[in-house]
Design a protein. Structure first.
Length: 430
């Protein structure tokens, strides 16, 4: 095989990249191609993406190649480049969103029309989304049976990075977008992702099961944005974690990620329609929704989470559950309002997990207890007992003593500039 184009999407790495590894092993020349899709609007993830692409270009140049960058429609640009070179094949990693599947279908049709080989490779999940299914069903609707099947399934072996990437002569690599100030504290790229993974496994994994819900002492890995962009392979994360004691709780979170991918594959309307329809009268209250978005609900544990999201493009997982339950179960505002806000701001906001989690917390998704309501005060006292998380993100409350930090409406005098709760305080004791 002479020349293969590897169309990169959410797999911005050189380690454990099945499509790239096989292309380099089988083809004389390989073109790692990323197309800046002009149909996707700019968002808070843009700075992270540019950093990931810059890091990937550096890694590929170290291997003798380069990252080829184009702008436009990924299908049209990939086929155009294949015609110009010429190339004999276009390979890419399989994904499950409606947009990704449409792109894959269009690319397959275009390759057939131009007599190019088209192949889909794994790499976005640990277990391919359509690989596991229960007896008599097309996908798992409940997590625990999926966890059992996933745990006993054969996971794809991690593949080594290529030792050499050889580009066709004379190809113009193209310009990356201008660097822009990233949103939040996390920086993009495989180099930082692998460094974070290595340090976290060595220093923090052993305490994960006991401490990962504690808001003020964040013991989560914060790898989710890197997994979302494919700066690190979920298969490699799982394989490395399994070699450490006490890893099951963390690996279980990777399984949750795969679980929602197979749900999204089977139910493409996940971002738009109830997975399990329920008769619910949603409250169309834009003023309340906006107060929630701005972290001004008057409930400190909710507002701290929302302000963390605004400031960092990330939110602690426990806080995500609290703010989601408050929006959908206390304010009775539709889960799509919350999902859209998260999709706009989260660095790790991919379609299966964002919308799967929102439907779960709203009681329309895969939760086997759809009427579950998280009590924000109990959650606050349990997971932020001294109020450190709230004080960090809500400075106007920082001077309150511990007994009042989660219930500032009891303070006298009232805290200037901080609103009363959107829902009666007595209802939060239930």
């Amino acid at each position: 095989m002479d020349t293969v184009i590897v169309l990169l999407t959410r797999d911005l790495r050189v380690h454990d990249h099945p499509a790239l590894a096989e292309a380099c092993a089988r083809a004389r020349r390989v073109v790692p191609l990323f197309v800046l899709d002009t149909a996707i609007r700019g968002h808070h993830r843009q700075g992270f993406l540019v950093e990931a692409l810059t890091d990937l270009r550096s890694s590929l140049r170290d291997l003798g190649g380069d990252l080829v960058v184009r702008r436009g429609d990924p299908v049209a640009e990939a086929v155009r480049l294949a015609t110009e070179l010429p190339a004999s094949a276009i390979w890419t990693s399989e994904d499950v969103s409606v947009y990704a599947r449409r792109r894959q279908r269009r690319l397959a049709e275009a390759c057939e029309a131009h007599r190019l080989e088209f192949r889909l490779f794994p790499g976005v999940t640990v277990v391919p989304a359509g690989e596991l299914s229960p007896t008599g069903g097309d996908h798992y609707r409940v997590f625990t049976p999926y966890w059992r099947a996933w745990s006993s399934a054969r996971h794809r072996p991690v593949v080594e990075p290529p030792s050499l990437v050889t580009l066709p002569e004379g190809i113009d690599p193209g310009e990356l977008p201008a660097q822009r100030k990233p949103h939040g504290n996390l920086r993009g790229g495989e180099t930082l992702a692998r460094r974070r993974l290595d340090l976290w496994l060595k220093l923090c994994l052993a305490d994960y099961a006991e401490g990962h819900d504690t808001l003020s002492e964040d013991q989560t890995s914060m790898l989710s944005p890197y997994l979302r962009f494919g700066c690190v392979s979920p298969s490699e994360v799982a394989a490395q974690a399994m070699g450490h004691p006490g890893a099951e709780d963390f690996v279980r979170q990777l399984c949750w990620r795969d679980f929602y991918y197979q749900v999204a594959l089977a139910f493409p309307d996940l971002p738009r329609r109830d997975y399990r329809p329920r008769r619910m009268d949603w409250n169309d209250d834009e003023e309340a929704a906006q107060a929630w978005r701005e972290g001004m609900t008057g409930v400190p544990i909710v507002d701290a989470g929302m302000r963390q999201l605004l400031a960092e493009g990330w939110m602690h997982n426990r806080a995500r559950l609290i703010v989601g339950s408050f929006l959908t179960k206390r304010l009775m505002i539709h889960w799509r309002v919350g999902g859209e806000h998260f999709a706009d701001l989260l660095l790790d906001g991919d379609i299966p997990n964002n919308w799967g989690n929102w439907q779960w917390v709203a009681g329309t998704g895969n939760d086997t207890r759809p009427n579950r309501v998280l009590n924000p005060l109990r959650q606050a006292h349990r997971f932020d007992p001294d109020g450190a998380y709230v004080r960090h993100y809500i400075p106007e409350l920082a001077a309150l003593p511990a007994p009042l930090i989660h219930e500032p409406w009891k303070a006298s005098p009232k805290v200037p500039g901080y609103p009363p709760p959107l829902v009666p305080s007595w209802t939060m004791d239930r």
